[in-house]
Design a binder for this molecule. Structure first.
Ligand SMILES: [Zn+2]
Length: 45
């Protein structure tokens, strides 16, 4: 069974994170510029 992962990209600085859930946690922040999950977009692969 393949593991499903989701990649999100910060629309402000371009930093990317991959997690195993389709949504980022509400308290997630970009490690590069510090913005919240509202400014991330899901990267279609
Ligand atoms: Zn950022």
């Amino acid at each position: 069974m393949a593991e499903t992962t989701y990649t999100f990209r910060c629309t402000v600085c371009g930093w990317e994170v991959t997690i195993d859930k389709p949504e980022l946690p509400e308290d997630f922040t970009c490690e590069a510029c510090g913005v919240g999950p509202d400014l991330f977009e899901l990267v279609e692969e």
